[in-house]
Design a protein around this ligand. Structure first.
Ligand code: NAP
Length: 273
């Protein structure tokens, strides 16, 4: 009997270890932008729960400090710094700090976005376009440029951009934001073949309506939510952790043969055929 119990325990241990090693991110170093709240914070949590050392950041120090102490309380290895992704000096200091304090970069989750305009797209100004594209699109590319040499030094890496279902099907009133999110789908496809040579996978997630501060105005509008509800196969809005877990999956070895792909996390809203 003891022999049998011993064998069962050994089997459980071996199978458990094998399963863990596939989804495990132990020893990996992950930068997540705009991660003091919402989907970014959830992604940092999901990566940290799988063993990654995460670097959280956003514009405001008090938000970063709050997120770091929250995640530390959940036994996640985490450090934080301020970074407005629209500023080159902030992007550089985020990557430099990560390399100096953690020893490299394996994962980049580019999550920050703004939507500074609501109305007819023809009324949007150059200023609005500059801000939207700087934060939502250019920063994703420019951060990629900064982390790739460090990923190459380690023999590979994983990059995930956070787009939106609005990138597939424009949401009314959010013209420049929609276009910036469509461009991220294109950026994913453009980068994947080039970076594949360096064993760096580039993927994207397109969330639907997720319970965060960003979507609060939308969720409070009954008429809009009624229209959305008709299109949601699961009749509810999503939780940030439901997106965070998909991001962690894309960063893990379980997704080792996935690159140039976008996964919609939207309960069926604006899904592709
Ligand atoms: P959120 O809850 O409003 O969180 C915003 C986070 O971004 C905060 O941590 C904020 O912290 C930080 N932030 C804002 N501007 C920044 C900047 N310029 N540089 C760095 N950090 C910045 O937003 P969310 O809903 O999680 O959105 C995250 C991503 O998901 C965005 O790309 C968004 O487009 C996408 N998305 C969201 C939904 C949804 O329904 N929520 C749907 C589709 C796509 P500070 O104020 O301290 O900077």
């Amino acid at each position: 009997m003891w022999k049998c119990l011993g064998r069962t325990l050994w089997l459980n241990y071996t199978v458990g270890r094998r399963m863990m090693s596939h989804s495990s991110l132990a020893g990996k170093i992950a930068i997540v932008t705009a991660s003091s709240d919402g989907i970014g914070l959830a992604a940092a949590r999901a990566l940290g729960q799988r063993g990654a050392h995460v670097v959280v950041s956003s514009r405001r120090k008090e938000n970063v400090d709050r997120a770091v102490s929250l995640l530390k309380g959940e036994k996640i290895q985490v450090i934080g710094t301020t970074c407005n992704v629209g500023k080159q000096e902030d992007r550089e200091s985020l990557v430099n700090m990560t390399v100096e304090q953690c020893g490299g970069v394996d994962i980049l989750v580019s999550n920050a976005a703004v939507s500074p305009f609501f109305g007819n797209i023809m009324d949007s100004t150059e200023e609005v376009w500059d801000k939207t594209l700087d934060v939502n699109l250019k920063s994703a590319f420019l951060l990629t440029k900064l982390v790739v040499p460090h990923m190459e030094k380690k023999g590979g890496g994983s990059i995930v951009f956070v787009s939106s279902v609005a990138g597939y099907q424009p949401m009314q009133g959010l013209g420049p934001y929609n276009v910036s999110k469509t461009a991220l789908l294109g950026l994913t496809c453009a980068l994947a073949p080039e970076l594949g040579h360096s064993n760096i996978r580039v993927n994207c997630v397109a969330p639907g309506i997720i319970k965060t501060r960003l979507s609060a105005a939308l969720r409070e509008n009954e008429a809009i939510m009624e229209a959305f509800n008709r299109q949601l196969s699961l009749k509810r809005v999503g939780e940030p952790d439901e997106v965070g877990r998909v991001i962690a999956f894309l960063c893990s070895d379980e997704a080792s043969y996935i690159t140039g792909e976008t996964i919609t996390v939207s309960a069926g809203l604006n899904s592709r055929l």
